[in-house]
Design a protein around this ligand. Structure first.
Ligand code: FCB
Length: 491
């Protein structure tokens, strides 16, 4: 069965249907590019360029708390987490890491980690409590204070305008499948960048458009918990229009602002060397990785279905692809794992992708059961840099969940995260040696935080958060990363 209808977020990215049993060895003839290029020097010392940017990432709903403070409106994630049965442990983001009140402490952590970029997001309903109109000054002030605190420490603010917390009001008007949302989002981008564009020069319009449209509208595992593949596909088109229009709106305010999006990406490998599986892997790459890049940079949708792309179902009208076109200044890559892909007969319903994804379990698994396989990162970054040669890349997220807790001395010895980072950063270094134009790496995440439908059951932070006291403690991995960030030298 295809993932589009049957997988939740964790399965979407990870374990599926006995995959380990059905796939234990890569078929002959299918070698990873990373392995082919440099078998002997996977861990050769690598010096990142001096100007390379080192950062960490978070998102508003996952860390801010203060869910109803200073005039903030309700978002779809407030509604979702307040609905019994939606989030593990009945957890909510009402308090989360309380960063709305503790942002200075968080900036001090970034400083202690020697980082010079912080990727955070703005909560749309803090700025426009019911989705439109004049901005809420108290909401804007919070982000002004945050940006100023960062700038004072010479940390670049990299701000995401939409990391999934849609004003509930717009969900009630139909949500992302409603074409009006493109104009609503553009208006929000316009008022926000007008107010903050003097301090914040780097913007991500969206975080992971494929994840929030698919998991929110097709699978129902995330807010707003709808389950309709046609709605999901319509939502993808509206987001593509929104991306193009908001890009132009932001550039009209100041053409020097740098504008991109953070795209979720997985390295899609064919499960066998058959033509059918290879084609399925290409379709998976088209839909999962570049569905929101190709329209912007190439003015067309990539081929993601065995037959024609379902443009009518998506509500594509003549002239729309011009609206989607936007010469993004950079491509953000959020990378967590690879996926193996096989061809299946296209579903009988609306799901006609003819793709089955599942996970390899050749590498070790994190505590979230995501496979650790750095070569996949190399291959994906290298592939994107070949496909979109002239656009610089930023790694906007990469990380792992391990549940290590403080020991009797209060130290958090998370050796597995250090190994993870070492492997993935070596892979990134190799991709750069092979020509990938990558200018930044942001680790997900600065802090342990609210992990969507998983609640607080996963810990992705470089910093341990005790959610009872809000005490923050830098983990061993954070100390390791701070040394790398200071020297750029990976040994
Ligand atoms: C990404 C999300 C981010 C976080 C990490 C673990 O897909 O963008 O908010 O949940 O996964």
């Amino acid at each position: 069965m295809s993932r589009w209808k049957n997988f939740n977020r964790r399965e979407f990215l990870t374990t599926a249907l006995g995959a380990a049993a059905s796939f234990s060895v890569l078929p002959p003839g299918h070698r990873l590019i990373g392995e082919l290029l440099e078998p002997q020097s996977r861990f050769a010392p690598f010096q990142f360029p001096e100007e390379f940017i080192w950062g960490a990432a978070t998102a508003a709903y996952q860390i801010e708390g203060a869910w109803a403070e200073d005039g903030k409106g309700e978002s779809i994630w407030d509604r979702f987490s307040h609905t019994p049965g939606k989030v593990k442990g009945a957890s909510t983001g009402d308090v989360a890491c309380d960063s709305y009140h503790r942002y200075k402490e968080d900036v001090a952590l970034l400083k202690a980690l020697n980082l010079n970029s912080y990727r955070f997001s703005i909560s749309w309903p803090r700025i426009q409590p019911d989705g439109s109109g004049a901005p809420n000054a108290r909401g804007l002030d919070y982000y002004k204070r945050l940006a100023d605190a960062l700038l004072e420490e010479k940390i670049r603010p990299l701000c995401t305008l939409y990391h999934w917390d849609l004003p509930q009001k717009w969900e009630e008007a139909g949500g992302w499948p409603n074409r009006d949302l493109a104009a609503r989002f553009t208006d929000y981008a316009d008022v926000t960048v007008r107010a903050l564009g003097d301090r914040i020069s780097h913007w991500c319009l969206f975080n992971e458009p494929w994840v929030f449209t698919f998991l929110g509208y097709a699978r129902g595992a995330h807010a707003p918990a709808r389950k309709n593949f046609a709605d999901c596909m319509r939502a993808t088109h509206v987001v593509n229009i929104a991306q193009g229009q908001a890009f132009r709106a932001v550039k009209a305010i100041n053409s020097k602002l740098q504008v991109g999006t953070a795209f979720s990406m997985a390295n899609c490998q064919p499960a066998t060397s058959s033509d059918a599986d290879r084609q399925a892997a290409d379709r998976a790459h088209a839909l999962g990785n570049v569905w929101f890049i190709h329209p912007a940079l190439r003015g067309e949708y990539p081929k993601a279905f065995p037959g024609d792309n379902p443009l009518e179902l998506m509500g594509v009208k003549s002239g729309d692809l011009e609206l989607c076109s936007a010469p993004l200044d950079f491509l953000g890559i959020n990378y967590y794992l690879r996926q193996l892909v096989s061809a299946i007969p296209p579903g009988t319903g609306e799901d006609t992708t003819g793709v089955h994804h599942f996970d390899a379990h050749e590498g070790p698994l994190t505590d979230f059961a995501w496979e650790v396989w750095p070569d996949g990162f190399h291959d994906l970054v290298f592939r994107i840099s070949c496909e979109y040669k002239t656009t610089p890349l930023e790694i906007t997220e990469n990380g792992c969940s391990y549940l290590d807790c403080p020991d009797e001395h209060g130290r958090i010895p998370d050796e597995r995260r250090i190994q993870f980072m070492r492997g993935y950063l070596h892979a990134l270094g190799r991709a750069m040696l092979h020509g990938a134009n990558v200018r930044a790496y942001h680790h997900w995440s600065l802090l342990d935080n609210f992990e969507w439908a998983e609640g607080y059951a996963q810990r992705f932070g470089l910093t341990y958060v005790d959610f009872r006291t809000q005490k923050r403690t830098i983990k061993d991995s954070g100390h390791w990363y701070s040394k790398l960030a200071a020297t750029g030298s990976l040994t």
